[in-house]
Each structure stands twice: as C-alpha cells, then as structure tokens.
Write a protein that binds this ligand. Structure first.
Ligand SMILES: [Zn+2]
Length: 129
C-alpha cells in the first residue's frame, strides 16, 4: 500500500508534493473545460504549484514518455491477445490516447512537480518560494 510520505502517493493521488494533503488540481479529470486548472498554491501548506513562469513546459517531456508507454502497452496487448488488422491498431491507439489524454496530462504535471518539491512531514502553512 502506498502511504503518505511516498512520492508515488502524491503522484497517483495528485496531492501537494510538499504536504501530501492539498489537492493539486481544482477539478475532476473529465471536466473538460477545466481539467488542467490548478490552484496557485496548496490550501494546506501554502506551497506554490507554479515554481517559475512556464514551469509546466517541462512536463511535456514527461507527458510524451507516458503517451509512448501507453501506446506501446496498447499495441503489445492487442498483438498478444488478438492480432487484429492495422486499422484496428490505429483506431485503438488513437482512441486510447485521446480518451486518456486528461489523465496523462495531469499525471505528467504531478510527476514533474514531484521532481522539484520534496515531502516534509513537519510542514506548516507558510510562504514558500
Ligand atoms: Zn501542501
């Protein structure tokens, strides 16, 4: 079981990387008009979620890696279980990429901010740069 204090907890449950309590995103993943909106700072510890201007540009690389892993998984799964025609492969890969886009985008941001912010069990609300 993944417990608070582990980076995987913050990444998978999309919690503040510093306190693992505040929500990283303001809306649910499939509220398509605002699925990527994040509060400016954590409601629990005050950690800023945008560490510098254009901070999440780097998350594109993480998102790319996640998409490649997803598409490879879909391809291998179809190949092993069914071995369908090329059109089915293309439809399944594009369909899974589009359907899971909000999840992979949010996950990539969550992974990316966890590269730079460490968990502190003794957090308290204060100004953090
Ligand atoms: Zn926090």
């Amino acid at each position: 079981m993944i417990k608070k204090g582990n980076k995987l907890y913050s990444i998978l449950f999309q919690k503040c990387p510093r306190c693992h309590e505040g929500e990283l995103f303001s809306a649910k993943p499939y509220q398509l008009d605002r699925f990527i909106k994040m509060p400016d700072r954590c409601s629990t510890c005050g950690q800023h979620y945008v560490l510098e201007p254009s901070f999440y540009t780097g998350a594109m690389y993480v998102s790319h890696a996640l998409q490649v892993a997803l598409l490879t998984t879909v391809y291998v799964t179809l190949r092993v279980l069914w071995n369908p025609s090329d059109n089915i492969y293309i439809a399944a890969i594009i369909g899974s990429a589009v359907l899971l886009f909000p999840l992979t985008l949010r996950l990539s941001r969550s992974i990316y901010i966890n590269f730079f912010v460490k968990y502190r069990h003794d957090h308290e609300r204060r100004e953090v740069a």
